[in-house]
Design a protein around this ligand. Structure first.
Ligand code: NAD
Length: 472
């Protein structure tokens, strides 16, 4: 595989690129493969191709664009295992989890294709008829992170293309391979220039956000980078969708089904080694059940198989890159130096293989500790005691983030009532991380701007165009 050449897709053809970028296998820390490091000239060619394809693509019927999403689904279905094996090598998740990522892309291809963009008639009188149409924005620059490369790409390219935009897609420099391969496989599914896929190092994102030929940026990544994207996009007033970081809380009320909460939150915190924007990153448990919950939670988390993705029964792999590995260890070092109690993992949190980190649970650290305040983005989570519901809502909201929260209770009405008091984009009651092409997902506060998915996400790839038709 290190000899396999992955190419960028610009104007429907392969572009091997004139410079190279190394991609690391996170399960070993060794070189996986080299891919093109897009130059400024190559970016210009991609943007130019997208601009030239725009008038033709905009003019196609909505119905035919829905069919093009069907062709994307067919490619994902036919080549799913090949793409999944590339995700394993570059991202580090075990093969069944990578297959889950492909299934999710498929579900999105079909679900987004089923959305409609109706014309709204705002006035219909003998004097005039007013129609509000939705038209494409233009060329979309899609910038994705490294935790779910194919899911994140699908969340952006599917609604963008369906709404009649053309796209320049840039995966993370850490995980460009599966996305480049998807671009190669889609060359025959879409007219040239409608979807361009480029890979590059840290210089490429800023070139895109300042590029005068790009009309909208759809960005998923950290809050810190989101601020830079917004600043850079100001110069050309680009439209923006920003999906940023989170510090999602779980609130386990006294009447919760402990067994179900333990199971749900084990995966909420540990799935993909905690590298999910909406991973459960702090768990508040009512005083009356804290001891029972923490004991059962530590036992369940300890039973999850963390290993190299090629170890047959691995359920969770390493974190994706060295910077993230160091970041998680810095937070753990802070907990150690502050004297926090480790319910699980203190002895075993060292370097195993590549960037593998074994799970850690910290017992009731202070609210202002790094492990509570920061987005850890790793398989480490604090449990926190609470006694009053009003108090836990305040503690949940005391953050710059506002992505998601889960509430665990036998009483759904109570869950709904508390959920409405929380400042975040999604509240889950008795589960977590359930997302769908049918409803929006996005962050309040500094977790983002706008939303993806659902009709709301589709509308974010359009402008309104109001037609005022004076009669008589
Ligand atoms: P990151 O911000 O480092 O990078 C994200 C992308 O932005 C990459 O493609 C990167 O190359 C590019 N980039 C970097 N600097 C840029 C710049 N100055 N201008 C334009 N683009 C630039 O994020 P990451 O480390 O890849 O991802 C992890 C973060 O993403 C976490 O904070 C996580 O919570 C967040 N995330 C959010 C969601 C969501 O939907 N809200 C989903 C997944 C991940």
């Amino acid at each position: 595989l290190p000899d396999q050449r992955f190419t960028m897709t610009i104007d429907g053809v392969a572009v091997p690129g004139s410079e190279e970028l190394a991609v690391t296998d996170p399960s070993t820390g060794d070189l996986f493969v080299r891919v093109p490091d897009c130059t400024r000239d190559e970016l210009d060619r991609a943007v130019d191709a997208a601009r030239r394809a725009l008038p033709g693509w905009k003019a196609t019927s909505y119905r035919s664009r829905q069919e093009s999403l069907g062709r994307i689904a067919a490619v994902l279905e036919k080549h799913g295992d090949e793409i999944a094996s590339l995700i394993v090598k570059e991202q580090g998740k075990p093969f069944p989890a990578a297959q889950g990522e492909i299934r999710s892309g498929l579900r999105w291809s079909r679900g987004i294709a089923a959305l409609e963009l109706p014309v709204r008639v705002a006035e219909d009188t003998p004097e005039r008829r007013v129609e509000v149409h939705r038209v494409p924005i233009g060329v979309v620059g899609a910038i994705a992170p490294w935790n779910y490369p194919i899911v994140q790409a699908c969340w952006k390219i599917l609604p963008a293309i369906l709404a009649g935009n053309t796209v320049v897609l840039k995966p993370s420099p850490y995980t460009p391979v599966a996305t480049l391969r998807l671009g190669e496989l889609l060359r025959d599914a879409l007219p040239p220039g409608v979807l361009n896929v480029i890979s590059g190092s840290d210089r490429l994102g800023p070139w895109m956000t300042e590029h005068p030929g790009i009309d909208k940026i759809s960005f998923t990544g950290s809050t810190a980078t989101g601020r830079l994207v917004m600043r850079s996009a100001a110069a050309t007033l680009k439209r923006l969708t920003l999906e940023l970081g989170g510090n999602d809380a779980a609130i386990v009320l006294a009447d919760a089904d402990i067994e179900k909460a333990v199971e749900g939150l084990t995966w909420g915190a540990m799935r993909n080694a905690g590298q999910i924007c909406s991973a459960t990153k702090r768990i508040y448990v009512h005083d009356s059940i804290y001891d029972r919950f923490s004991e059962a939670f530590a036992r369940r988390v300890a039973s999850v198989r963390f290993d190299r993705p090629d170890a047959g029964d691995a359920e969770v792999g390493p974190v994706q890159n060295e910077t993230q590995f160091d970041r998680v260890h810095a937070i753990l070092a802070d907990s150690r130096s502050e004297g926090h109690v480790f319910l699980l993992g203190e002895a075993a949190s060292g370097f195993d293989s590549g960037y593998l980190i074994r799970p850690v649970i910290i017992d009731n650290p202070p609210d202002d500790s790094r492990i509570v305040v920061e987005e850890q983005f790793g398989p480490v989570v604090p449990l926190l005691r609470f006694s009053e519901v009003g108090e836990v809502i305040d503690r949940t909201n005391a953050t710059q983030y506002g992505l998601g929260v889960s509430i665990w209770s036998a009483d759904l009405d109570r869950g709904r009532e508390l959920g409405m008091a929380i400042e975040c984009g999604t509240v889950w009651i008795n589960e977590t991380q359930y997302v769908s092409p049918d409803f929006p997902f996005g962050g309040h506060k500094q977790s983002g701007m706008g939303a993806e998915n659902g009709i709301e996400g589709l509308l974010a790839y359009t402008e309104t165009q109001t037609l005022v038709l004076r009669r008589g």
